[in-house]
Design a protein around this ligand. Sequence first.
Ligand SMILES: [Zn+2]
Length: 229
Amino acid sequence: MIHAKETTDNQNTNADQSKAFIRNDQYNFIKDQTKILLTAQTSTNDAEVLNVLRHLAHEKVQNLFPALTEEQKKILHPLVQINELSEAEIFLEQLQPYRIPFKAVSDQHLKCLFPKAKKLKGPKLENINFKKTSYLAWTESSNLMYLVAEVKDQMIGVQGSFTRSHKQGICRVCNRHSEVGLFIAKMKNSGNDQFIKRGNYICQDAAVCNDNIKTLDSLAEFVGQFQNK
Ligand SMILES: [Zn+2]
């Protein structure tokens, strides 16, 4: 298992923020690539094959970013040299200062996102590591769930009910197998004023889900389906 020292403090210094260029989903993707390389290492001794795999992983990671500066390329480059666990851990540890934290959401902001919610408490911010966050999710009064995600530079809030299934299933947001629950939200049917309900199974634990997300596509689709067209 890879244990990169992942900072838990939410006090990001300004210096950190200006350099940050890796979103949570991108970081998870990179971490996954290092795992794939380490697994390959244990299954083949063919140096040429491993070299190809490393370059392939590096290419995939570079492709995550539309435009990288020379400095950013240097930061990601050690991926092509990963041979063992310690190197993977050091590489991932060195990426930590470059992780972009999820946007801070003020009480005012929450009120705008959920205008109909009365007495909204909001997420327990002290429990959230914003650098490891692609979306916020929390429950209030037993089964009311609130989600906040940033899609195409826009903050979107979705509220619905959440029922724990106590079963394993595929999460609609991270596409991984995990303990899931059913999220159901009401939305206006396009064309008339009737409400329809839509639902999907998603991870019960948002922190686990945020750790699994390797692309924002499914998250955008998930929250998008609840937007009134
Ligand atoms: Zn998930």
